[in-house]
Design a protein around this ligand. Structure first.
Ligand code: MTE
Ligand code: MO
Length: 349
């Protein structure tokens, strides 16, 4: 990083920091959305490298900060100290999660370290807006010149190297983090649903008396199916991968959704339609109907009926999708014409 000495720190340092913060924030959100291992591995690597890359700019930023503190208060960006603290907390909790080393920090006040990471990351995002507001560090065309690209390339390479050494270190030391899945999640309760965590997305709770009848609808049609009729022996082995940082592989048993829909609603379903899977609690997700052949309404896991916490009597199994798609306590399945992406990207409850 000898391309510029720290004494020349300034606008470019800030632009570099901003770029890394935007990249780590964007890939952080993406990491919640992707479920398939290939893309997840890439997103998680860029996320980690962008976060660690921030450390490389610390010597330069220190000069910027020291210089700013000599100026009158009104001429500095607001909230700089809070932003620094939030950024470092986000980094620290990210590293602790990735390493998977358990300790008092694993569950701070009952909250897994990954949730602290997400909360600190969101706070960092808000503080960046406050801090950079009115002090816009505009990119210049020269940033895209040869020297600018060289600097950006050096920063990118340094960040990747830092991330790579971190991953290497986890493997060398045999830290639990070496075992994590492409999404970054740790194994909990594979083939043993009792040992699998019970988690809700935000505010949902286990219902006292979940529906014993499933309502299936399509435009102009409505059928009621007792949940007792849903165990048709269709089995799917699939990974439930929660954005809270754990995953479990189970043999899920029940009925394939395409089979159930064609049996009860007929064959002329709109091919480009969607299917709304709605919990008795109101929690809901919309999926493309073409995917119905890969979806399962499960009544059993590992050969045993689902427990109330895991969605009894019936839940959705959505292979390749993150946990928040796996709607529990399913009460209604509705075939609709609207596109699947016409919904909040993440559940709201
Ligand atoms: N109705 C409902 N279904 C839900 C959720 C929820 O909050 N409400 N949380 C989802 C999330 S985020 C995950 S990871 C899985 C967790 O399933 P489990 O509790 O059986 O482990 O359920 C999903 N299904
Ligand atoms: Mo989750």
């Amino acid at each position: 990083m000898a391309l510029t000495s720290p004494r020349r720190a300034g606008r470019r340092t800030n632009v570099g920091l901003l770029a890394l913060l935007l990249l780590s924030g964007g890939t952080g959100v993406l990491a919640f959305a992707v479920g398939s291992p290939g893309p997840a591995r890439l997103v998680v690597a860029v996320h980690g490298a962008a976060g660690l890359g921030l450390l490389l700019l610390v010597p330069w930023k220190a000069v910027v900060v020291r210089r700013a503190w000599r100026r009158p208060a009104g001429t500095r960006g607001a909230g700089g100290v809070s932003l620094g603290v939030a950024t470092l907390l986000t980094l620290l909790t990210g590293v602790l999660h990735a390493a998977g080393v358990t300790g008092p920090w694993s569950w701070s006040a009952g909250v897994p370290v990954l949730h602290v990471h997400v909360a600190a990351g969101v706070a960092t995002g808000a503080l960046v807006v406050v801090h950079a507001w009115g002090r816009r560090q505009r990119p210049r065309t020269t940033d895209l010149g040869r020297r600018g690209l060289l600097r950006a390339g050096a920063l990118g390479a340094g960040a990747m190297a830092l991330w790579g050494s971190g991953e290497g270190l986890l493997r060398l030391t045999g830290a639990p983090g070496a075992e994590r899945r492409a999404t970054g999640s740790f194994e909990r309760g594979t083939d043993d649903p009792v040992a699998m965590p019970v988690t809700q997305w935000i505010s949902d709770t286990v219902p006292d008396s979940p529906a014993a009848v499933l309502v299936l609808t399509a435009p102009g049609r409505r059928v009621r199916v007792p949940v007792a009729d849903l165990d048709r022996g269709d089995v799917v082995r699939a990974v439930l991968d929660c954005t809270g940082g754990w995953y479990a592989v189970q043999d899920w048993r029940g009925v394939r959704l395409d089979r159930l829909l064609t049996e009860h609603l007929g064959r002329e379903l709109p091919v480009d339609g969607s299917v709304d899977v709605v919990s008795g609690t109101g929690f809901r997700r919309r999926l493309p109907l073409v995917e119905a052949g890969r979806l399962l309404l499960a009544t059993h896991a590992a050969g045993r009926p689902l427990t109330p916490g895991h969605g009894a009597p019936v839940r959705l199994v959505a292979p390749g999708r993150r946990g928040f798609w796996w709607v529990k306590w399913v009460a209604r399945v509705e075939v609709v014409d609207a596109p699947w992406w016409l919904q909040s990207p993440f559940p709201l409850q």
